[in-house]
Ligand binder design. Structure first.
Ligand code: TXA
Ligand code: MG
Length: 385
């Protein structure tokens, strides 16, 4: 593959399968041709950009793994544009639970992935990486939906980044990372949610959140309680509410086995909310900065109303070269979520030597934010307020 084309699409020109803008029509036609020819295409979803291929084709799906450098034991999500497509992926005898019906009605299309029992007939085992489950998601982004629908195929797609790197939320992130490795990137602007979908396993007696994401645990709990009352299943977050030893050894849940979301420079989590474990003491921000190499260029990801910014106004910190990237305000975790990956990628490209990210409250979108931040960060420092 020699050159990668970035083709601009206008999401608002798409109404179902009708596309009113010529450039968007052209871009989608080119992408559909590639999908049908067994190639990979990068496309926007409401969460992050995906690297998609025909989910029914073994060779096309394998191409996703080689393009990303993804380990073959890490399964892919299959994306659909219509519920009829779900039927084609599952055993015809399979019936969805009441809880799944409720979640599908409320959150599809949208940033939620559901696990189903795998039906071996249709989907090549490279996609499910030998698991006996298949992950399915119906995205809400008009370009993603049009691509799937016009191709007439379910599309297997991980995030469109080299394995281990932060997920792309803009077409330029994909181009910078994967240029020359694929033919077409559909550019639909910035992804609204900015973090990946919530991965849900509801096949047992509880609803297990394998990866927190765009749909919050609070939202899932609320709708199940509203619809099912006392018989609503428990909603459990992996690692926080339960452990699963078998799963720890399996890469079936994002980031459990492999390093994730890491720029090429060290990342440190600055804890300003949680207290340090016994034996570890917290340090003032200026003291911590002083412990870093004096000529290191520092990237700082913080909410715009962070108390750390006040500490930085101290004259002792003025000599340090610090580039600040704002993550919205502390009361708007959805904005922080939308800006997190762009912040990591922007600071990395700006050539900083070390990235520092401030902790956020683990409620609502904060749970998914901290899940990604912990995986990106190589170490943790407790900062005095
Ligand atoms: O928002 C998203 O989910 C984005 C966009 C493109 O849709 N996709 C995405 O894909 O984040 P990826 O591959 O980067 O992360 C999906 C994760 C994988 O890391 C994998 O561990 C998990 O979902 N997964 C896929 N199939 C699974 C399965 N059968 N059982 C458990 N986990 C599974
Ligand atoms: Mg990914």
């Amino acid at each position: 593959m020699s050159s990668t084309r970035v083709l601009v699409c206008n999401p608002s020109s798409i109404k179902g399968d009708t596309i009113s803008d010529d450039d968007t029509r052209y871009a989608l036609d080119e992408a559909v041709k590639d999908i049908q020819a067994g190639k990979v295409v990068a496309f926007p979803t409401e969460t992050v950009y995906g690297l998609g291929a025909n989910a029914f084709s073994e060779s096309a799906s394998k191409l996703i793994f080689t393009t990303k450098g993804r380990p073959s034991d890490n399964p892919l999500i299959v994306h659909i544009s219509h519920l009829n497509m779900l039927k084609d992926l599952l055993d015809p005898r399979y019936t969805t639970s009441r809880a799944y019906e409720i979640l599908i009605k409320k959150f599809w299309p949208g940033p939620m992935t559901l696990l189903f029992p795998r039906h071996s007939v249709n989907v090549p085992s490279v996609i499910t990486a030998g698991q006996n489950t298949i992950a399915v998601r119906m995205p809400s982004h008009p370009i993603a939906r049009a691509l799937i629908s016009l191709s007439g195929l379910p599309i297997a797609a991980p995030s469109a980044n080299s394995s281990g790197k932060p997920s792309p939320t803009k077409a330029e992130h994909v181009l910078y990372d994967l240029s020359g490795k694929l033919g077409v990137i559909l550019d639909g602007g910035t992804c609204e949610v900015g973090l990946e979908s919530t991965v849900v396993d509801g096949m047992g007696d509880a609803i297990r959140i394998l990866r927190p994401g765009g749909v919050t645990v609070e939202q899932i709990r609320a709708i199940l309680l509203q619809e099912l009352g006392e018989s609503a299943p428990k909603v459990l977050v992996h690692k926080r509410d339960y452990e699963d030893d078998a799963q720890e050894l399996n890469p079936t849940t994002p980031g459990m086995k492999y390093r994730h979301y890491s720029p090429s420079v060290p990342v440190t989590l600055l804890c300003t909310i949680s207290s340090p474990p016994s034996g570890i003491s917290s340090v003032p921000m200026i003291g911590f900065l002083g412990s870093l190499s004096a000529d290191a260029k520092i990237g700082l990801l913080v909410p715009i109303d962070s108390s750390l910014l006040v500490q930085l106004q101290s004259p002792t910190s003025e000599s340090q070269d610090i580039q600040i990237y704002h993550l919205g305000s502390r009361s708007s975790p959805a904005v922080t979520a939308a800006r997190l990956f762009d912040g990591l990628l922007t600071l990395e490209r700006a050539g900083v030597h070390h990235i520092l990210i401030e902790e956020v409250e683990e409620t609502d979108e904060g749970l998914a934010i901290m899940n990604r931040v912990r995986k990106a960060a190589g170490d943790v420092v407790f900062i005095k307020g």
